[in-house]
Design a protein around this ligand. Sequence first.
Ligand SMILES: Cc1ncc(COP(=O)(O)O)c(C=O)c1O
Length: 422
Amino acid sequence: MTATMPQAAVGASLSPAAVARIRADFPILQERPHGKPLIFLDSAASSQKPVQVIEAMDDYYRRYHANIHRGIYHISELATEAYEEARSAIARFIGSPCSAECIFVRNATEGINLVAYSWGRSNVRAGDVILLTEMEHHSNLVPWQMLAQEKGARLRFVPVTADGRLDMNRLDTLLDGARLFAFTAVSNTLGTINPVRELCLRARAAGAVSVVDACQAVPRMPVDVTQWQCDFAAFSSHKMLGPTGIGVLWGRKDLLDAMPPFLTGGGMINVVRYDRTTFADVPARFEAGTPAIAEAVGLGAAVAYLTAVGMERVARYEHELAALALEKLRGIGQVVVYGPGIEHRTGVISITVGDIHAHDLASILDREGICVRAGHHCNQPLMEKLGVPATTRASFYLYNTPDEIDALIAGLEKAKRIFKLT
Ligand SMILES: Cc1ncc(COP(=O)(O)O)c(C=O)c1O
């Protein structure tokens, strides 16, 4: 890696000087869409990339690109080492005791599908219950619907309360008879932080395997899968400063060892004959074909970057930005904020403003250089429950600033003036 790492920020959160240093690492923040400074408030969809990640991938392609695990020559060994080092870095980052528990997949969606196809099709039977929550992203809903249809299993849902939290009172009843409980650690629409450890422990006590959609958690807070006591967790690199095209499925080693392959072909075998095949151990068993090598290198660099900043600081800083945004949003009439109070949420804030359509609002903000998400956020059933077709979502990350929140508020005021809302 050629660029220097950010200095760890002093104090509990990130100081303005630390944020300024971080911002300098993100080339895209120099862009000026519509002649305005780029204000990127859509990191929950996909984060921006620091120069350290971009350069690590560039360096790989320039100096040691080769296929891995096969070549008996120097640059292939370098590529293999970098790929496996990225796996070890991920394992350390999420508190996994063993790097073989980290399977590289394309994204969180593929990780969840891997569990549904491999573990699910071997273990879920007719009449079994698959427990989900009402706040799941489509990626943690549709694979389970497909499995339930195929196996004749039943889906149940932990309700979301009026203040955007999981209704824990119903949990034990809902877990009764459940084979599997799949839930998100952090809601991508409401910003709710769920009590993951408690949910996993209660699932285990009820005899259910837990699958955590950690897509919005790993980028923005310290995550320790051992402390969580989960059985599986899936997340995507592109939301945590890394490249697109790679993600991680973490699984408990004993569960992974007992699971049949998902995708098959080269790289995942032990011995192949014309009529039969034996399979490699994990993680190779679940990494068929040439993997995303450059992307693994980039993800490794992203993990190094976040580690140098410190995940506690990232979490605290994002929380501070969220608190500031909520306070300022309260000062604007006709704004409805969805989700819980600040003590239960992270920097993902969904709003509606009067009857302005979310797409109109996002277009007006875009003219101010502000990027927000508008739509159903892959949460259509939750939108239906909230009684809105769409929301506008602002999400903050370590490179955002209080000034950018002021710009967001000014943009919302402008939208209200255009739509003649008082
Ligand atoms: C909570 C949650 N789960 C799953 C996903 C799916 O991630 P990916 O599209 O990277 O597979 C997302 C992406 O927005 C998400 O926010």
